[in-house]
Write a protein that binds this ligand. Structure first.
Ligand code: ADP
Length: 268
């Protein structure tokens, strides 16, 4: 999945990416991908068990996307089969008064995963350099300092045992149009329609620039960004699953040694 990992120091330009491509699993189609996703689900489930039993490290998965980018669907499909007891999913919305009374990382830090656990952020502290920047919710002198603050914060988490993987689900403006239209047309999707999504759509180009900067300035060796083509949902699910599997495999985890001499235990 190195294909989609953003090398630290590189300059991202989302306008030059292709959200519809499927090169890593080119031989598959939507229907033939199902078997592979099921295999990956099982593997992720095994790896979660290993992470839990090892007990010394945590995994934080940050998911960001434009509206309709598929964060919810990705969580549902990728973590299907993983023991829900070991995964904490948290969605960050507009900060409430209590949250807004603190620095922007306060509410984030409270939700970082404990050792042995997987934490999934559905939106994250990156909103504080995305929606906040695009809508001028704080002055540039404030948001421009946040990239370094975020790098430092993530470095600290990593030094203390949390592996971080950040994934941007890269959906095209055309695909977003289709998905928004479906929310208007399909009664079972009406509940997902939020008129405020239209105002972010109007600022699409500004968001892309904010994403370019956020990803370029905060993709580090310890906390890399991946930009995942997300126009095809099945492809997105496979790529995200593979990224997580590769990441956990790289964490140097082990089942603990038994504390008893098992050779001398007899179950009557
Ligand atoms: P989603 O769109 O992810 O399904 P919601 O409908 O609850 O979830 O939307 C969450 C909203 O909160 C988004 O519009 C997002 O931009 C906004 N939000 C998240 N974090 C912040 C923040 N720090 N400041 C302002 N708005 C934020």
């Amino acid at each position: 999945m190195e294909l989609y990992r953003i090398t630290p120091g590189s300059i991202v330009d989302l306008s030059r990416t292709n959200p519809g491509e499927k090169v890593a699993f080119d031989h598959l189609t939507k229907s033939s991908s199902k078997k592979m996703l099921a295999t990956m689900n099982r593997e992720l489930s095994e790896l979660q068990r290993l992470l839990w039993s090892d007990g010394d490290q945590a995994l934080l998965v940050v998911l960001q996307a434009m509206d309709t980018g598929g964060k919810d669907g990705t969580i549902r499909k990728v973590f299907s089969g993983v023991n829900p007891q070991g995964v904490d999913v948290y969605g960050f919305g507009v900060p409430g008064p209590h949250e807004a009374a603190h620095d922007y990382l306060w509410r984030i830090h409270m939700r970082t995963p404990a050792k042995g656990r997987i934490g999934v952020f559905n939106r994250s502290h990156y909103e504080d350099v995305l929606v906040v920047r695009v809508n001028d919710l704080v002055p540039e002198s404030v948001w421009s300092k946040r990239y370094k603050q975020i790098r430092d914060f993530e470095e600290m988490l990593c030094d203390e045992g949390t592996t971080i993987v950040k994934i941007m689900l890269n959906v095209s403006k055309e695909e977003q149009k289709e998905r928004l239209q479906a929310r208007v047309d399909d009664p079972s999707k009406n509940y997902k329609f939020d008129p405020s999504d239209l105002s972010s759509r109007e600022k699409w180009e500004d968001y892309m620039v904010a994403y370019d900067d956020a990803i370029s300035l905060t993709s580090t060796v310890d906390a890399p960004w991946y930009i995942v083509p997300a126009d095809r949902k099945w492809y997105r699910n496979l790529v995200v699953s593979q990224i997580l599997i590769d990441t956990i495999r790289g964490m140097d985890l082990a089942y603990p040694e038994p504390e008893f001499d098992l050779a001398h235990i007899a179950i009557e």
